[in-house]
Each structure stands twice: as C-alpha cells, then as structure tokens.
Design a protein around this ligand. Structure first.
Ligand SMILES: Nc1ncnc2c1ncn2[C@@H]1O[C@H](COP(=O)(O)OP(=O)(O)O)[C@@H](O)[C@H]1O
Ligand SMILES: O=C(CO)[C@H](O)[C@H](O)COP(=O)(O)O
Length: 550
C-alpha cells in the first residue's frame, strides 16, 4: 500500500532517547501522536568532563515507555518501530555484555556520552594529522565524535575495556541491535560520527594514522561493516525476546535508526502550503531545522556538497536520502539555561513562586519578564547585560572547545528580576549563536529563509520568539510538540513498507503547527547586541593571548 491511502488502525511506535530522558509515542499514518510516555534516565559524572550512562538502564526505560504507549490498543496494529538517540558511544564485550568505560571498572556505566570531553588530547592529535576525512566534519573533528573517544579507551582502559571489547555502537544502533539482533549500523551514525563515507566506505589510512589500525585488521567488525540507510527494515524485525520486553508482537518491522537531531530534522519535509510562508515557493534546501534540547543542532540540506568551515558535514544521505547535510550545533543550550537559572541565588524563591502557581519555572520567568518590561519590548531588558554561551566550548562555527562562557553587566542585586534578566540574556545569547551558525552556512553557499524548531526548548515561547527576532526569520513549530518522536515513527513507517521512502513519509507525517514571525521593528536593537556578542569572543581570545604571553 502507498502512504497516500490512509488505512485505519495502522500505527507506528517512535522511541527517542535524549540526554535526560527516554520518550515514546504511538503515531498514526497522518503523523498524529495518539499516546506519549517518558521516563528519566541515569547519568553519571564521575569526574569533571566525564559523562557516562548505562545501556541496560536505557533499554529498560525504552521498554517501560513503549509498553505504556501501546496500552489499550490491539498491538497487532503496530506496523513498525523506529529509534533515535543521542550519539553516545556504547561498549560491549564479545558476548554483548556491557564493559566499563571508567577507571572505577563499573561495567554498568558502559556508555561515554556525546557531551563527554575526556578525549581532548586524543582529538588534538587527530586534528594535527590533517587527514582528508576531516574535510567532512567542517575541517576540525569534535571531541564529541567517536574516534577520539575510542582512542581514549585504547590509551587509558587497555585491559579492562579495549582488549575485551567486541562491539562499539553508536547508541541509536545499539537500540536497533537490541530490538532485532542485527548488528548492521545506520548510515546516519557512521557518516556523522565515525568518518564513514556513504560513497567510499571506511578510510583505512585514517584509522592507521590515528593509531586505531586494529579496526582495519578485523575488517571493521567491531564498529560496523554492514551499513543500511535510515528507515531500512532490519532482519526479521523484533526478536521474540525484545518483543516481550517492549510489549509488542515478535516480527514487527524495526528500522535502521537515526541520531536524535536527525530524527527531529525530518520536520523540514512538512507540507508548508497555506501558511503564507516564503519557503512555500522555495526548495526544501531553504529550510533549517533547529533541534533544541540539552544541546541545539542546526540541520541544513543541499543538493551538492557544501563545505562550511566549523560546521559538521557535508554528510551524504545521512538525514534525507539523496541530499547532503550540514550540521551546525551548540553543545549546551537547554543545559546552559538550566545551569544559569538553577545556580542563581534567587532560584529557591523562583521555585516556590512557580510551584504556588502550578507553573514551570520557565513559564513563571516568562510572565515575570512581561511584568517588568514596562513599555519596552521584553528583549530590550538586556541592553547592558550580555552573555557568550560557550560554557562547554564552541561546537560551531568556531569549532573551539577551549572557549568558555562570559557574562558582562553584572550588579550586586540577586533578586528575581535579576535572575529573570540573566535568563533572558542567556536565551538571547543562544539565539545569537544560531545567527552566527546561519551566517557561516550562508557564506559557504546555503540560502536559509525559514527555521523549523523542535525539541524541549521549542516549548518555551520566549526561546522561539528570540530565535525569530534575532535571526529575522519566521520560525515554524510542528503540529505535534513532540516532533522528534514523529521523526522516529517515520522510520518505523518506512521499515513497515507503508511508505515508499523517507521523503514520502516526511511529507505525509510532518505537519506545520504554529508560525512565529520576527518583530522586524526590533532589528536595530538586536543588530547592536549581535555586535557586542561578536566582541565578547574576540575579547576572550585576546585575554587568552595576553595570559599566554610573557
Ligand atoms: N515546557 C518547557 N519550557 C521551557 N523549557 C523546557 C520545557 N520543556 C523542556 N524544556 C527545556 O528543554 C531542555 C530539554 O529538552 P529535551 O528535548 O527534553 O532534551 P534531551 O533530548 O536532550 O533530553 C531542558 O533544558 C529543559 O529545561
Ligand atoms: O550531537 C548531537 C547530534 O549530532 C546531539 O547534540 C546529541 O546527540 C545530543 O542531543 P540532545 O541535545 O537532543 O540530547
């Protein structure tokens, strides 16, 4: 059947593993979310910059949420299952048991998380090689990718981990293996995080040069020598064991997965007709998806490869088949906002007041800003308070993990007004970071006219409005708030055979919801603040140079 013909009672389950929680949704053929469940997951930070998780813990959470969303339906109507997840590194031994990625030898913690920055020395050495594969990650490999983390394991946990390891998975691929027993990797994870080329495969010389020749010797069996496009059906579908864990029938089609940002990125395929948007008459390449959770990822596609310094990619077919992808990013955005708000002296007062009104702290802060803004637009409250948001280094477009956060304009006050304005300045700084990434992408050949926002931060109206005002572009929100999950369900829908391609499923299942237009009358103000924003990083580099000198 083609997805054009809507058949009642055909469901797909999408599972999205974010940094802080696992979510699942039951989705129908029109992309309507019928049930949703979430569950927090454990994170460990045994040392500064070391971030670890447990694959068993994550799988258990996937099972809990999946069982919840299919409760009360005839599970035989579930036609496909799709996973997306953060691009964290999962390590298993030859019998597929977890291996410790830590000095304590705790094998429960067998995942080095994407935001882990332990492999700084390793990534410097990899970048010093100037190997040609680096052209396809914006010219500079990130410490958040898998090659430096693998090298760290070899150099630091030789006996307890490296020598015993049988399988290194990207988390999305671990989940599809756990569901099907098929170890094939998704093209998405291997291309974006592991230097695999959709056209040329693995590059032996890269692994030999960086000291991981072991992978070449065994024909890449530990990191993947069978590669499938996202959405392809894996093996015979759900194994009986996984089916029992998830509360679904054995044999349900399971898709080759996507990284979480890439599942969110499928929102750009929505049919935009009838919303008065400039992108209606333009190619899909004029749309930029920004997936905003713990981090933000900026996904832009093109027909031909575009090399953007400091922006990951170009990656062929890693998100939308047949298109090249560039991926800009900010390593901490939601995490930064939480950090600034929760670390402020007035946070306990904020919590108490928000709880009294049964509101989230962010809803309370947004209404508080509206109260104190007087006659001016809310954004003007930060005329003398500026933030540089790289508290965890800069992912794009400066690709400099040594950069730090900055705040200028602090006073002695520690009250709720002060907290609210600092929160606003932080949200604005994140939006200025997006503007900087878009400018870099446009300078290299992209032409962006419309933003599609999704992820947890897109539920914050202030965050959305600031992205519109500061970039000067309309921001589209999906009809389904949990649109990353619709992306995961699209994978399941493709694997089931109900849609012929990811493109067809995107067009049918991604839907435009609210459109937020920029307040163009505020442009002059934001242009001035952007000038200050750029000065901040220039000054930070000058300070570093002064301190390095004699
Ligand atoms: N309703 C909301 N209002 C404001 N911020 C929100 C809301 N929901 C989530 N967030 C923010 O979004 C971030 C988490 O987004 P999420 O997509 O769940 O992250 P992840 O996928 O990394 O687990 C957090 O920093 C949180 O503060
Ligand atoms: O690197 C990434 C995608 O390429 C993501 O930032 C990482 O996977 C974490 O995502 P999230 O902020 O949604 O938890």
């Amino acid at each position: 059947m083609s997805g054009g013909d809507q058949e009642p009672g055909r469901y797909y389950v999408g599972v999205d593993v974010g940094t802080g929680s696992v979510r699942a949704a039951l989705v129908d053929q029109r992309g309507v979310l019928l049930a949703f469940a979430d569950q927090p997951i454990n994170k460990w930070e045994p040392q500064f910059s070391h971030h670890e998780q447990s694959s068993e813990d994550i799988w258990a959470a996937c099972c809990v949420v999946t069982k919840k969303v299919v409760q009360g339906i005839d599970v035989n109507q579930v036609r496909g299952l799709g996973f997306d997840a953060t691009c964290s590194l999962v390590v298993l031994d030859k019998q597929f048991h977890p291996l410790p990625v830590n000095l304590e030898g705790d094998s429960r913690r067998n995942i080095i998380m994407w935001l882990d920055h332990r492999a700084v020395s390793q990534v410097h050495r990899i970048n010093e090689t100037q190997h040609s594969v680096l052209q396809y990650v914006g010219g500079v490999m990130s410490v958040e990718m898998q090659a430096p983390k693998l090298l760290w394991l070899k150099e630091n946990l030789r006996e307890t981990c490296w020598d015993k390891a049988g399988h290194f998975f990207d988390l999305p691929d671990f989940l599809s293996w756990k569901a099907t027993g098929v170890t094939a990797r998704s093209l998405c994870s291997l291309v974006c995080k592991w230097t695999y080329s959709a056209e040329k495969g693995w590059d032996d010389s890269f692994w030999k040069t960086i000291g991981l020749e072991d992978f070449v010797a065994d024909n890449y069996s530990k990191i993947g020598n069978q590669v499938l496009p996202p959405g392809a059906s894996l093996g015979n579908g759900l194994t009986p064991e996984a089916a029992k864990d998830l509360g679904l029938p054995a044999g349900v089609a399971v898709a080759a997965s996507l990284i979480d940002a890439h599942a969110g990125g499928l929102v750009i395929g929505a049919d935009v007709r009838g919303h008065g948007l400039s992108c209606e008459g333009q190619p899909v390449t004029s749309r930029l998806a920004v997936i905003c959770g713990t981090s933000s990822c900026h996904m832009g596609i093109s027909r031909d490869p575009i090399f953007v310094p400091g922006v990951w990619g170009p990656y062929f077919s890693a998100m939308v088949p047949g298109f090249w992808l560039n991926e800009g990013g900010q390593s901490v955005t939601g995490k930064l906002i939480d950090h600034m708000v929760q670390g402020h002296a007035a946070f306990p007062e904020l919590q108490a007041k928000a709880a009294a009104r049964c509101q989230s702290v962010y809803a309370y802060l947004n209404s508080h800003l509206d109260l104190i803004k007087k006659a001016q637009p809310v954004g003007f409250l930060t005329v003398d308070l500026h933030v540089w948001p790289d508290f965890h280094g800069n992912r794009s477009p400066l690709a400099d993990l040594t950069l730090k956060g900055m705040v200028t304009g602090l006073k002695l006050s520690q009250d709720l007004d002060d907290l609210a304005i600092l929160y606003l300045a932080t949200v604005q700084a994140i939006a200025f970071g997006t503007r900087l990434i878009i400018e870099a992408m446009e300078a290299a050949g992209h032409s962006v006219s419309t933003l599609f926002l999704c992820g947890g931060l897109s539920k914050n109206p202030l965050f959305v409005q600031m992205h519109a005002d500061i970039t000067g572009m309309p921001v589209i929100l999906s009809q389904e708030v949990e649109s990353v999950l619709v992306g995961a369900a699209i994978l399941g829908a493709c694997a089931s055979g109900d849609f012929a391609s990811v493109q067809e499923a995107m067009a049918k299942m991604s839907k435009v919801g609210k459109v937020v237009f920029p307040r163009l009358e505020d442009k002059r103000y934001y242009d001035k603040k952007y000038k200050v924003f750029l000065k901040l990083v220039e000054h930070q580099k000058e300070y570093a140079a002064i301190m390095k000198g004699d």
